[in-house]
Design a protein around this ligand. Structure first.
Ligand SMILES: [Zn+2]
Length: 502
């Protein structure tokens, strides 16, 4: 069965068929960097990470764009209060977002455009819409999108159906339609003195000003698709459910009116909210939790990932101290099995392990292909760990094939606790330490957690070889370099070494 995804646009689960076979373009609305992104935002980013990883595991080449909104009303208000330019105000939050994202092991997107870096394509988009008569300039000098001139407006958010329900006659004139549910929205806001004061205004043929939030995503997506040679229609657009209306509706209107295409994205995927202790997270309730709060509390990122993926992305989920504690315990059990399994793996394994691997891979694929049913897939992972422990108790040797299957699935969910990134290298195991391997290793680790661990392991082997050759200066240099990237090397009495992510 091919991958099937729930498409908000059609309200159905549909087979995923990308425009270009084997490739998937993905746009995910990123954070507005006016503050630290909270764990509710990150639940959406984790769902998108899972989507990305499953697409890759399914053989698609992914081109993902995640924007950083670095100019909007809130940013201008906060920057004004501090008396700094918006660029200075947002810089630390942009960096914090990337740190938090990496802590949660969310893979790098191919592009992280900032709105202020794409003003020219935004102006071009507004000009195109003005030329087509779909946008107009208001008395206030701002440019608006006339939704009445875009017949498909409201399709994503089922605006027409909602309107039909409330309309007395069951038939609604466009005036009522506008008034009841939607309004012409701003594309370009005329510059005000407070915008100028924080360097949030740009010259444009239709008047000095700044982009509206909705416009930013359309312009960045279209500009980067073009740059990537991928046309002007996305395969998948994802975000939180709160963005369906008006943000995504407006993105569709602007983009399609500009390109003349029926679709801005073929598939629209939306992740549900995360509640904290049963309350929707908001500043009002004082229950904002950011990844940095969790990190300071000593929470393991693997446990957070496991907890988030144990709820289907289209279901609301609660984050409580109890649910986090349970996830930590579950992640620990998986980590324990992972270590035990790794140690017991040989080049050739018993048939029972081949069957074990086939069952695991089949069950995970069936679940994930069914609209990313991660809770069901993770249940299969725990069944496999239980069965695997039983086989290990019986001293059944597992083979490299079974380990590969396990590694591939761990690479999709990435749920193991930090300490499970420990790798042991035996005293006689310095095979990677030859000069050729050493020369081919980069000084910086790859961004992906599992690859970074592999990178650290390879360097540790090089260090082991250096020690054997009594090149202690080189051994010390490698230890320091690994430490700088968060890996600790410990020498055991038996001559083996341990590499641990700290
Ligand atoms: Zn967006």
């Amino acid at each position: 069965m091919p991958l099937r995804l729930y498409n908000t646009l059609t309200q159905r689960v549909e087979p995923f068929e990308p425009i270009r076979p084997g490739q998937a373009t993905l746009y995910t609305c990123g954070p507005t960097i006016w503050n630290y992104a909270h764990i509710g935002n990150f639940r959406t980013f984790l769902f998108e990470d899972l989507l990305r990883r499953w697409l890759i595991a399914s053989g698609f080449k992914v081109f993902q764009i995640m924007n950083l909104t670095d100019v909007d009303d809130r940013i201008i208000r906060e920057a004004s209060a501090k008396g700094v330019a918006i660029g200075d105000f947002t810089a630390p939050y942009a960096e914090a977002f990337q740190q938090d994202r990496k802590w949660l092991r969310i893979q790098d997107a191919e592009e992280y455009p900032r709105a202020t870096g794409f003003i020219a394509p935004m102006i071009e988009l507004v000009q195109g819409l003005l030329a087509k008569g779909i946008a107009y300039k208001g008395e206030d000098g701002s440019v608006y999108f006339a939704i009445a001139r875009f017949p498909a407006y409201g399709k994503l958010s089922q605006l027409d159906k909602r309107q039909l329900k409330t309309g007395a006659s069951g038939r609604v004139s466009s005036d009522e339609y506008d008034k009841e549910n939607a309004q012409d929205f701003v594309l370009w806001k005329a510059a005000k003195p407070e915008d100028e004061a924080v360097a949030a205004a740009w010259d444009a043929p239709f008047g000095r000003g700044r982009p509206g939030w909705h416009l930013e995503c359309s312009a960045m997506a279209l500009a980067l698709l073009k740059q990537h040679g991928a046309g002007d229609v996305l395969d998948i657009h994802a975000g939180g459910v709160d963005l369906i209306f008006p943000h995504h509706e407006d993105e569709i209107a602007q983009s399609c009116a500009f390109t003349g295409q029926t679709y801005f994205a073929r598939y629209w995927l939306h992740g549900e909210f995360l509640n904290i202790r049963g309350t929707k997270m908001s500043k009002r309730f004082g229950n904002i939790t950011t990844p940095r709060d969790l990190r300071e509390d000593g929470v393991d990122p693997g446990a957070v990932r496991l907890l988030v993926f144990q709820a289907h992305y289209r279901q609301k989920m609660d984050l409580t101290d109890e649910s986090l504690a349970m996830a930590r315990e579950s992640a620990r059990r998986l980590g324990e099995f992972d270590e035990r399994f790794r140690e017991a793996s040989k080049a050739v394994g018993a048939d029972s392990w081949n069957e074990w691997a086939n069952t695991l891979e089949r069950r995970v694929a069936e679940a994930m292909d069914d609209d990313l049913n991660a809770p069901r897939a993770i249940a299969a992972v725990f069944d496999a760990a239980r069965e695997g422990n039983r086989l290990l108790d019986q001293r059944e040797a597992s083979g490299a094939g079974a380990l590969d299957a396990w590694n591939k699935i761990m690479g999709v969910f990435d749920p193991l606790p930090g300490t499970a990134a420990t790798v042991r290298i035996g005293a006689g195991d310095a095979r990677d330490g030859d000069p050729e391997t050493a020369a081919s290793l980069s000084a910086d680790p790859p961004a992906e957690a599992d690859q970074a661990t592999e990178w650290a392991r390879a360097w540790a082997s090089v260090r082991l070889a250096a020690k054997k050759q009594k090149n202690f200066a080189e051994a010390d240099r490698i230890r320091a370099m690994l430490k700088q990237h968060g890996f600790e090397i410990r020498d055991a009495k038996d001559g083996s070494i341990e590499v641990r992510r700290v």
